[in-house]
Design a protein around this ligand. Structure first.
Ligand SMILES: [Fe+2]
Ligand SMILES: [Fe+2]
Length: 340
């Protein structure tokens, strides 16, 4: 509490005195780079959406797919607002300069995602309403936690990977031409946001006790529960859009394992040291809720779930993020290539 210049200030004068190892310094340099990349790759939402609408003569989609798009992208719209608020919370609370810069640039990106998605849904002739309970519960879990490691893991490594997988699936099915092109822009930004989680989470994990690690895994399981419930809620909409829900889940799983694996390995903790109960539960839940054969009997699902539960998880390659590096036209009117 501060009063008249006395007491504890919210200004962290010690922010430049924090000790960092060589490996942490390297990761923080990558966080700083996320901020600068965000500036170079910023795109003008008004311009891009306006051009796409003009190019395709507005939004054209059959009625049944329109309804499905509305339901799925209502979740995305409010998810973008949540991402905006969560990245702003992180920008305020992360102490090291470079991590603070990366979170601030994400807040800037998410503001653009939110208003552009709102404008797109308006062009679709849709006024978004309240969320269903599952997506609301998922977003509230991350919005409301005061634990920075949980917030960073929940947002940057778990919700972002769900969004990326969903965007990729809808884009690949070419459901609606304006959206297909627009999602390339979103994916390029969201993949960068996963980077903040991978680079800074290790700093928070490193100082945690075994008990704190277990609490984080419990939190992870709660996120996965609501994430899977949310995906189940819209699975018929996915099918209407020509998207295979199981394929989306598989994609989410690969991305989460790769991102979480990289974060754990960076602080010297083998990802599966204590058998990761969250990853094990996710494997089992996928077999129960999204079986390979859609109407598989309960016994078949249970057997597949049991086998999946005990399957040893491998973190996997970060190449799963490569498909999101699209060429985009930036606000500086430059075409940024996948490597540029
Ligand atoms: Fe976003
Ligand atoms: Fe994001």
């Amino acid at each position: 509490m501060a009063f008249a210049g006395f007491g504890t200030s919210q200004l962290r004068y010690d922010m430049f005195d924090l000790e960092r190892s060589a490996a942490e310094a390297k990761r923080l340099a990558k966080c700083e780079n996320i901020y600068h990349r965000s500036q170079v790759l910023a795109w003008d939402g008004k311009d891009v959406l306006g051009e796409l609408l003009a190019k395709h003569g507005g939004v054209h989609v059959p009625e049944d797919k329109r309804r499905a798009l509305e339901r799925v992208f209502t979740i995305i719209l409010w998810g973008e607002l949540a991402a905006w608020k969560i990245s702003a919370q992180l920008a305020d609370r992360l102490v090291p300069l470079e991590a603070k810069m990366a979170a601030t640039s994400q807040a800037f990106d998410e503001a653009r995602h939110f208003y552009v998605m709102h404008d797109y849904l308006t062009a679709l002739g849709f006024k978004p309403g309240r969320l269903d309970r599952a997506p609301q519960a998922l977003l509230d879990l991350v919005l409301d936690t005061d634990d920075l490691a949980a917030k960073l893991m929940g947002m940057q490594l778990m919700i972002e990977t769900i969004a990326l997988s969903l965007f990729q699936a809808v884009r690949e099915r070419e459901v609606e031409p304006v959206l297909t092109e627009l999602l390339r822009y979103y994916e390029r930004d969201e993949a960068r946001h996963v980077g903040l989680g991978m680079q800074y989470l290790p700093s928070l994990l490193a100082g945690m006790s075994r008990g704190q690690h277990m609490r984080l895994v419990t939190y992870q399981i709660r996120i996965l529960y609501w994430g899977l419930t949310e995906l189940r809620l819209v699975q018929d909409d996915f099918i209407t859009l020509g998207v295979d829900p199981r394929q989306v889940i598989e994609n989410v799983r690969k991305k989460q394992l790769a991102a979480l694996g990289a974060a754990y390995e960076a602080c010297g903790i083998p990802f599966d040291r204590d058998r990761n109960w969250a990853a094990m539960s996710l494997n089992a839940a996928v077999e129960m809720l999204f079986p390979v054969t859609r109407r598989a009997p309960l016994g078949t699902r249970a057997r597949a779930a049991w086998a999946a539960f005990w399957h040893r998880n491998q973190p996997g390659s970060l190449d799963v993020f490569a498909p999101h590096q699209h060429a985009i036209r930036t606000a500086r009117d430059v075409i940024a290539t996948p490597d540029g």
